[in-house]
Structure formats: structure tokens, C-alpha cells
Design a protein around this ligand. Sequence first.
Ligand SMILES: *Cc1c(COP(=O)(O)O)cnc(C)c1O
Length: 338
Amino acid sequence: MVENWRFFKKRAPNAAIAAVVKADAYGLGAAPAARALAQAGARVFFTATFGEAIRVRKALGEGPQIFVLNGPSAKDVAQYSDAKLTPILNSVAQIKLWDARAGAGLHIDTGMNRLGLGPEELAQSMVALKGTSLALVMSHLACGSDLKHEMNATQLKRFIDAASLFPKAPLSLAATAGALIGPEYHFDLIRPGVGLYGSGGLDADNPQLIAAALIEAPILQVRDVEPGESFGYGATFTATQKMRTATVALGYADGYLRSLGGRGYGVLGGAKRPILGRVSMDLIILDVTGCAEALPGAMVEFLGPNAPLDDIAALAGTASYEILTTFAGTVRKTGARA
Ligand SMILES: *Cc1c(COP(=O)(O)O)cnc(C)c1O
């Protein structure tokens, strides 16, 4: 992830490169990820929740700035200053709750309609914001994953217009994908998350980022099977010729999505070994015909440099984000790479 962070630093040489470590750093482990990225030079971190931010503060000690994207709630607002956390204020209600305590970020909605203040709420909040020193004014792109989507330019224009109300505040619009659109999206700070962990976050043509999440699992058994034999629950695959198969200790309980049954692969001996039939709770059957390395105990790669995140996500019919967070516990056990 450190090399990926540097990739963004090269892409956006005039911006600060934050690190988004929400959802336990997309399942890789927020504390080790934040420490590695801080060591590489990251000075600004984003979490989704107050609880995550507290854990990241513990891991990093004082110094780096930690923004909480979901903003303060009545339950935690009083505790921000102790841990030196900076909330993102997303609504009129959160601005009231924060009550100009200290530095905060402000989220302007430019078209995603998820979090942030729309034009009317912004106008209505200008007085209340007077006493708040704004550490950041940010927005988020709805369609950054499609670099050519017309909504990107629309949101860029709305962001520039709204941000002109805050001439002194640092500005931030782009996450991973947005940073890849072009320099006009970089402003003062970019906020890559998934890019640090190995995916460009794009619908197509992902850049070659380095795999930070590794999933490997051992072969438990190897079998030689005859034509006509079928495999696994539902007997959904039947051999039409002699085959060698390997049963591997990985399944959907480990986060290996069931939708990869009959579509995914493991990598062994330098080649892709297709999944035969369904993914079980703790087991997968692979076609290892002709693979000399297929022996009990051999480790098969299911996610990593040879089984790229974006490829696996496409085969599963989902986004790289969901692959990472679904795998979460397993990646922490088998290998997240700094
Ligand atoms: C999750 C998130 C990011 C990081 O997005 P990636 O696509 O993973 O880079 C940045 N900003 C906001 C507001 C987010 O919610």
C-alpha cells in the first residue's frame, strides 16, 4: 500500500495525499495500514466513524490529522477534542451540534445526494459556520469510476462554485478514481482509499496498482477422477474427461464469494486453476489437471499479484471494494502487505 500511496503522490504532485482507512482499512487492518502509510509520509487520514478514528489515533499517536467522514453525533461530539479528531460536518444538524468548537471539515453535496450540504443548506449555514475554522472543504464524486462520465464535470463545476465561499479553506474532491481523471480534480488534497489497497476503483482499464491484500489457502486433498464424475454441492460440474482435482481450504465463510463458483480461479504453478462447481462454506474444488505442484499442503493464491483484485471483482460481478471488505478477516490472517 505504501507503493500505491507513492503512485498517487506522483499522479498529484501538487496535492497532499491522504489515506482513507475506513472499514478497518478496507479489511486489511486499520492500525498497521495507518502506521505503514504514516511512515511513508501520509499526514492526513480519513475514517468513517468516530470509533475507527479513536483506534487510528491510538495506532498513530499525536500528529497526523484524522477526519471522521460520517461526522459527529450527540453521543460522541464532546469527545472529539480529547483525541484531537476532526469531524466532517455533513448537515445543518451536525453544524449546530459542533457549534464552532474547533477545526472541522465541511462536506458539500455536489450531486451524489448521500452526505453533505446542498446549495440551500449551505446558504442557510453561512452564519453558523462563521466561527468555525475550516480545515477542509470537500465533496465526493458519484461517477468517478467512469472517467468520462458527464457527471464528473458537473460536480467539478458545482464544487468550484460552492468552494468559492470559503477562499481560505483547503479543498478536496477526488478519491481514488477521481484522482485518475486529471489534475483539475486534485485541488489541495486527494483521498484515495481502494487505490492504496490495489484497485483503481474504475469500471474499466484499471491502472496497475500493487496488490496489498493476499489470500492464500492450502490444498487438503488431490483426486484423480474419471469422466462422468461430478463435483460439490448440486453436482453442477461434471468431468467430460480424466481430470485431477484439488480440494482447497477456503470457502464463503472466509469471504470467498459464492458467486465465484464456476467462474473464479486459484493460481498454482504459475497458472490459473479454475473452480469446479460451487464454492462451499470452507472448501473449493479446483481443476489442477497437469499441475505438478498440486500436492496436499501446497498454497494456492486466490487474491494477490497473480489473482488481481479487479479481475476477481469482475468475475464475481461486484466491486473491488466489496471483495476486500468481504474478505476482511481472512486478509488480516493470511496477509496484508504494507
Ligand atoms: C470511501 C471514501 C473515499 C475513498 O474512496 P476510494 O474510492 O476507495 O478511493 C474518499 N472520500 C469519501 C467521502 C469516501 O466516502
